[in-house]
Design a protein around this ligand. Structure first.
Ligand SMILES: [Zn+2]
Length: 348
């Protein structure tokens, strides 16, 4: 019903060229339209605004959840694994089919922590409006931890399969769905989706290094500056928890160049009535994640949107076999997607 209402109201051009938050601009866009048509279009826009600010291009949480399940069906997706390869093939096709420019930023590490052999790695970059020199980055890590190493039973910790539905697939699933709506966003900025490899290619906490992919990306950006600059970035990590509660992450909320972004995102959530974005700093300490190299090496203002209470303060599903699709929900992915989509629409 919502679809047919909008189908009758919006012309293609209005959907693509006009912000629904500025209906007064309709008449200037449609100099040739008669008064009745202009009024009808404006009424429809106002009606749609009253119903929901994002109705015309509503982010589909259910479809996003379908993507999450599809990613998990590949099994564990640690760097260099068959599951990662399957995921890369899926994403390359998915984003190309939807009109994104896809490329892999390949690199390798010399020694696999267990086998000592080289491991091929790749960040995946999807560009929308590639010619824009001022860009926004939405990013997520797309590798999963090799093992469910926080399982209490040592056998499960060593031999169990870690699916990473929340910690690995959720951010990817949000961006896969968002790709369907990119054409409805204003073209004020170029937009890049960046998927980082090897966020946690960790077999031994004491010696293995985190953030290999984002560090590589950040160094390239610093040492071989591209023609474009990133004005802002949002990292999505663990955003699918069925019991969603997203506090502000401490680094993001306190760095002077990212604090305004935190305000924008949580402000957008408040405007939309998404109460799961809780407007205060949470979690025990500052969280180490891919936003650190991006911010500290590349100097890109990137915030971490993360729900680090999975499912609650105990965080007991984190890095265990419980991190499976059943612990995530379409509703949570839908809420996060809606906030990000709306932020992109209204970004100053
Ligand atoms: Zn993790």
């Amino acid at each position: 019903m919502q679809k047919s209402l909008l189908g009758g109201c919006f012309s293609e051009r209005l959907l693509e060229g006009e912000s629904r938050l500025a209906p007064w601009r309709v008449s200037s866009y449609n100099g040739g339209m008669n008064t009745f048509a202009t009024r009808t279009a404006t009424t429809c826009i106002l009606l749609a605004m009253a119903l929901s600010p994002s109705l015309a291009t509503a982010f589909d949480g259910q479809r996003s959840y379908g993507y999450l399940k599809q990613l998990c069906s590949f099994g564990n997706r640690m760097s260099g694994s068959p599951g990662m390869l399957q995921q890369q093939q899926l994403l390359e096709k998915h984003f190309s089919d939807l009109g994104g420019q896809v490329h892999f930023q390949k690199f390798q590490i010399r020694k696999h922590p267990l086998t000592g052999r080289p491991v091929p790695m790749a960040n995946l970059v999807v560009q929308w409006h590639p010619k824009s020199t001022e860009r926004i980055m939405l990013c997520a890590h797309y590798d999963t931890r090799p093992r469910p190493d926080r399982e209490l039973d040592p056998r499960r910790a060593k031999r169990g399969v870690f699916l990473g539905a929340n910690d690995g697939a959720s951010g990817v699933a949000v961006l896969m769905e968002l790709a369907h709506h990119v054409r409805d966003l204003p073209e004020r900025y170029g937009l890049d989706f960046v998927f980082f490899d090897a966020e946690e290619f960790i077999f031994d906490e004491r010696q293995d290094q985190y953030f290999l992919g984002s560090e590589w990306f950040a160094r390239q950006y610093r040492d071989h500056p591209p023609a474009h600059r990133y004005k802002a970035g949002v990292l999505l990590d663990m955003v699918g928890d069925a019991k969603l509660s997203i506090y502000q992450e401490r680094h993001s909320a306190t760095w002077s160049d990212t604090r305004p972004l935190v305000k924008e995102i949580w402000g957008t959530a408040k405007r939309l009535g998404v109460k799961e974005f809780i407007p205060r700093i949470g979690y025990a300490g500052a969280i180490r994640d891919d936003h650190l190299p991006l911010h500290n090496i590349a100097k890109i203002p990137v915030i971490d949107v993360i729900d680090f209470e999975y499912p609650d303060r105990s965080n007991r599903f984190w890095h265990t076999m419980a991190d499976a699709p059943g612990r995530c929900s379409a509703d949570s992915l839908g809420k996060v997607g809606l906030v990000i989509q709306e932020w992109l629409k209204t970004k100053p």
